[in-house]
Design a protein around this ligand. Structure first.
Ligand SMILES: [Zn+2]
Length: 461
């Protein structure tokens, strides 16, 4: 009798778990459908990003544009009536480009102007500019093998194309960016007077792509700039015909003293475990060229809009949801470092930190750095996402701004991965403007982030 009773009980119990499970799945599906519909029909990300790009196109750390963007994003989250909106103080570097840079090459009796942008952190040329012969190298490895007398007194031109062979453009970027970061100091050690690089970008156009360089302590600091792809083509062609042709460069960028700035944070308090945080963010600073629409206006606006979407659906999160606008990702990472320091100091407990910093394109995947068991669990969620949006959740990186938190206290991190084919057409260049954003693609990104946050809040990692 007893065993029969037990059997019925066990079957009943199992059935009720299965029903609850099915119910949960159904609820999750319905809720996530609602999130996507809301974003596609009434989403606010596009309008917010338009306002950010139009009002504060130049948001490099320490600039007036960055300061105003900080005040404005704080206001936006207050207007949305998030439970708690606050700033975190952080000192940031203050590099300014100054007047528009000039570059030209004399060939015969004519002079050809080239499109350039100084690299971030670069020093200036002398006020009147500098003129020198050019030595062309294809890579950092190539310059290592050159005798100093081949380089001394010259401008080094790193004419290395973007590594186009990878379907994942971020891999191509990783394979191509070292000349921008380390090229100036390598050349300076051999006596070069300046450096120009073929822009690290994928577009067949003449937009130069800036980005940070890093000076080694044991090398003289020399000016460094990026050339648009077409300008790099022209320069290469002229030098092939006339290796003695001289390049003229004029840049008056400079580094000013550090400035007080802020990370901006908005929270929706958790109803069950308010001390446990699910953070989502991007970086509010952007290069002073273009409008920082894809990099990373899209990510910060999606972070705010993801929380606002959940709020507008009357969702009451179990855990505290936090939108974080990091400052200074582009030329220092001070915002991300400060956020991690304060999280440790204040004993904050993050369930996860998620970053959107790969452009406002059609969602494809999330990458995750944490326990393997969490990846396996999250892979079961892919069915909840509409077709043609998130179709993979896999082990990988989080993002630059949340890296320090992961390092400091082991917080698992995730990165939002939209389609990457066009990102490096725009990245760090004057082409990164609001008109390069597609409304549906951007709003789908917000919906994916909101849904991912919802699932983590409901199911844990
Ligand atoms: Zn970025």
């Amino acid at each position: 009798m007893a065993s029969k009773f037990m059997k019925i009980f066990v079957i009943g119990f199992t059935l009720s778990i299965a029903t609850a499970f099915a119910q949960d799945n159904k609820n999750h599906s319905e809720f996530i459908d609602g999130v996507y519909k809301k974003c596609l029909t009434e989403g606010t990300t596009y309008q917010l990003l338009g306002e950010l790009c139009e009002k504060f196109p130049n948001r490099l750390s320490g600039s007036p544009g960055a300061e105003k963007a900080i005040a404005w994003t704080k206001e936006v989250m207050q207007k949305y009536e998030f439970d708690n909106v606050f700033l975190q103080e952080v000192m940031v570097p203050h590099w300014v480009r100054g007047e528009k840079e000039q570059a030209s090459i004399a060939t015969g009796s004519s002079k050809i102007d080239l499109a350039i942008l100084a690299l971030g952190r670069s020093v200036a040329t002398p006020a009147e500019g500098l003129t020198a012969e050019v030595i062309v190298v294809k890579s950092l490895e190539e310059i290592e093998n050159l005798a100093p007398d081949k380089v001394a007194g010259k401008i080094v031109f790193y004419d290395e194309p973007f590594a186009q062979e990878f379907a994942n453009t971020f891999r191509g970027y990783g394979a191509s960016v070292q000349k921008r970061v380390a090229g100036a100091s390598r050349a300076a050690k051999l006596g070069a007077v300046a450096v120009v690089i073929r822009s690290v970008g994928t577009g067949d156009d003449d937009f130069p792509h800036t980005g940070s360089l890093r000076y080694d302590e044991d090398a003289p600091q020399i000016p460094a700039a990026a050339l648009g792809a077409h300008s790099a083509d022209k320069l290469a062609k002229i030098l092939q015909k006339n290796p003695k042709a001289k390049l003229f460069l004029k840049m008056n960028c400079q580094t000013l003293p550090d400035v007080l700035s802020y990370n901006v944070i908005g929270e929706i308090k958790g109803s069950e475990n308010p001390e446990a945080i699910i953070a989502v963010g991007g970086h509010l600073d952007a290069w002073d060229t273009g409008q920082g629409a894809h990099d990373d206006g899209a990510g910060v606006m999606q972070s705010i809009a993801a929380l606002q979407t959940l709020k507008s659906l009357s969702y009451k999160p179990k855990h505290t949801l936090r939108a974080v606008m990091f400052i200074n990702e582009e030329n220092g990472l001070r915002g991300g470092l400060k956020y991690a320091d304060l999280a440790v100091e204040n004993n904050e407990k993050h369930i996860i930190a998620i970053e959107s910093d790969a452009g406002g394109f059609t969602p494809r995947a999330f990458s995750f750095k944490g326990a393997d068991s969490s990846v396996a669990k999250m892979q079961n969620w892919i069915a909840y996402f509409p077709n043609n949006t998130i179709d993979a959740i896999r082990a990988g990186h989080g993002g630059a701004d949340i890296g320090p938190l992961n390092k400091a206290d082991g917080t698992p991190v995730a990165g939002f991965i939209p389609d990457g084919q066009r990102y490096f057409d725009f990245h760090h260049s004057p082409a990164d403007v609001f008109s390069a954003i597609n409304k549906r693609e951007l709003e789908l990104g917000t919906a994916s982030l909101a849904s991912f946050i919802y699932l983590i809040d409901q199911e844990g990692l």
